[in-house]
Design a protein around this ligand. Sequence first.
Ligand code: HH2
Length: 255
Amino acid sequence: MGIVNVTPDSFSDGGAHMDPDVAAAAARRMVEEGAAIVDVGGESTRPGSEGVSLDEELRRVIPVLERLDGLPVSIDTAKSEVARRALALGAELVNDVTALRGDPELAGVVADGSAYLCLMHMQGEPRTMQAHPRYDDVASDVAAFLEERLSFAVSAGIPEERVCLDPGIGFGKTAAQNFELIRRLDVLLALGRPVLVGLSRKSSLGKLFDPEARTGTLAASLGAAVAAYERGASIFRVHDVREHVEALTAAGAIA
Ligand code: HH2
């Protein structure tokens, strides 16, 4: 899954794709490089971020989606109206970092649109989530949350076969908790759904080398993706598609 953030403030590629033609070209290149899907988002969820209005989010993503006709697209949104418009423009998957807790109408939009859905774990909200992340046991707590959200999605009419689960790397977690979640990915895989991981360029990877780092390097991202792959992750949300395709293809050939 290639990342196309149409935002001025995303933590690693903020501002890079504000022009819809540039964003669409980046998305097309990612598919050529081997992305199975491109994830278009108009709202940054980096730690400390405040969120954007519906109008602003639509203004950012609709012109990009209009240019991606025929490409496999995922919409990274928690807003039902953004999802509705994106699905009408051909998006296939709704990637909701609130796991259907943000907008009461989103589940119905996903169900009615026969869309795929990614349910992600987050403790707290982006503005404050990194302040005091707390878990009894991070892997079991995240698994229990995702199990409950999966049941909710199914009860709202979304077939279980259309849902993937995501531990939400960096969303209300310390670096150690992020790494433990990947190390113990089997606890999430036991829920029976494909697991998506978003490790790409995240600060936990940068902090291995510099405690003040706000992003991780490409090399660290590749190492982490391979480690997650070996533990059973099957969808990788990444900025650098070609490099991840190469690294994961090599890991797959050996596995
Ligand atoms: N991470 C980000 C955004 N959306 N969605 C899923 N399912 N999993 C993730 O780990 C995830 C996500 C944050 O990364 P990015 O989009 O690069 O930055 P920002 O939120 O600042 O736009």
